[in-house]
Design a protein around this ligand. Structure first.
Ligand SMILES: Cc1ncc(COP(=O)(O)O)c(C=O)c1O
Length: 382
């Protein structure tokens, strides 16, 4: 009689969604990590049009060559000379991540992962029979990892390090110097560098800082159109690598995961590149206004301090309430009409924090912050 695989039994449902199920209809939700915008109209039209024109079939595994070429060219400011051969379409960033780990990780090997983290990283490594080793990204270091800590975690079985900037859940971004130090660490230990850059186009004051373009070719860059074009439900993303041998392995694995991506949708993305390339920058203007609002409100509250995030659409304040952990604080806020995620849902380094996704209107942010302030003042007074 067959039983369940060890890998299925080894993973648990994510803690982030636990509270979502408890929210009432009138709860103000800072829970969801997805833009509250619709995809650009040109993309929707182009998808319908592509379906009418008969693009409802399998594509090659790597995907539509014109789209892959366009994606490669979009990275030219970071690295010239990339082509369609350097890109494999996937059915989301989530799919891209699993592909990378399947391509690199064997039993007995380990991967260095950020903590607090996007909650899929660790379970993905577990699904590949690997070991996750978490490096903390702490408030006191503006959520940037420290090289001495990375040095203490790496060993001869470490095959890869994953970096995620701009970060979910912290909104942290790197400057050039920090990028160079983190890159040098990967080079020194001959590690694969998986760079999750799905928020590269949701940045506020500064230009996105990428790991692409350094000349190090043990690099797998993950991206997705979920955030870029506000199409989380479409499920489309890609892996890009300067390393053509790595691309061969990635494409081979992708065949066995999904055979290919979605035919018509790839034409829609091409249309969005052509006709709505300024869409993420427009969304970023609104996210920046929301970020300023939510950060100034949070920093005025007792026991709360937050860094002003430079990218993505999350803020990860430190929230101190005597005798309560982040889950208990989040639960008290939920009872007060506000949904947010406890920092501990992103790993133990997230304890003492809450994550607010500012993917709701400024009016709702203001109303939500009024409620947060009322609850925190009451808890602080108890
Ligand atoms: C850091 C990070 N990476 C990857 C993803 C996956 O995005 P998707 O699967 O929607 O492309 C997300 C989604 O929230 C994310 O926050």
């Amino acid at each position: 009689m067959g039983d369940y695989s060890k890998r299925a039994l080894a993973i648990q449902p994510t803690g982030v969604r636990k509270m979502f199920d408890m929210a009432g209809d009138d709860t103000i939700s800072f829970g969801l990590g997805e833009p509250d915008f619709q995809p650009p109209a040109v993309a929707i039209e182009a998808m319908a049009d592509a379906m009418r024109r008969g693009h409802n079939k399998y594509t090659t595994t790597a995907g539509l060559p014109e789209l892959r070429q366009r994606i490669a060219e979009s990275w030219a400011p970071y690295q010239e000379g990339l082509s369609s051969d350097n890109v494999c379409m996937t059915m989301s960033g989530t799919n891209a991540l699993l592909n990378c780990f399947m391509t690199l990780v064997d039993a007995g090997k380990n991967v260095l992962l950020p903590e607090p983290y996007f909650p899929l990283y660790g379970p993905d490594v577990t699904l590949c029979d690997g070991e996750s080793r978490y490096y903390p990204c702490l408030f006191e270091h503006e959520f940037i990892p420290q090289i001495d800590v990375l040095e203490s975690l790496v060993d001869e079985n470490t095959v890869a390090i994953l970096y995620n900037f701009p970060s979910n859940p912290t909104g942290a971004m790197l400057n050039d110097r920090q990028r160079d130090e983190l890159l040098a660490f990967a080079v020194k230990h001959d590690l694969w560098l998986i760079s999750d850059e799905v928020y590269d186009r949701i940045v506020f004051e500064e230009k996105h800082v990428s790991f692409l373009g350094s000349g190090y070719d043990k690099l797998l860059l993950i991206n997705s159109f979920s955030k870029t074009f506000a199409m989380t439900g479409w499920r489309i993303g890609y892996i890009l690598s300067p390393n053509l041998e790595a691309m061969k392995q990635i494409i081979k694995i992708q065949y066995y995961i999904t055979a290919c991506s979605n035919d018509a949708m790839q034409y829609a993305i091409l249309a969005a590149f052509d006709n709505a390339n300024d869409y993420p920058a427009k969304m970023a203007i609104e996210f920046k206004a929301r970020r300023d609002l939510i950060c100034s409100r949070l920093n005025d509250m007792p026991g709360v301090s937050c860094h002003v995030p430079k990218g993505a659409f999350y803020v990860f304040p430190k929230v101190e309430v005597k005798g309560m952990n982040s889950e208990e604080v989040a639960m008290a806020l939920l009872e007060g009409g506000v949904l947010c995620s406890p920092g501990s849902a992103f790993g133990q380094s997230g304890e003492g924090h809450l994550r607010f996704a500012y993917t709701i209107s400024r009016d709702d942010i203001s109303r939500g912050m009024d409620k947060v302030e009322t609850v925190l003042r009451r808890l602080q007074a108890e």
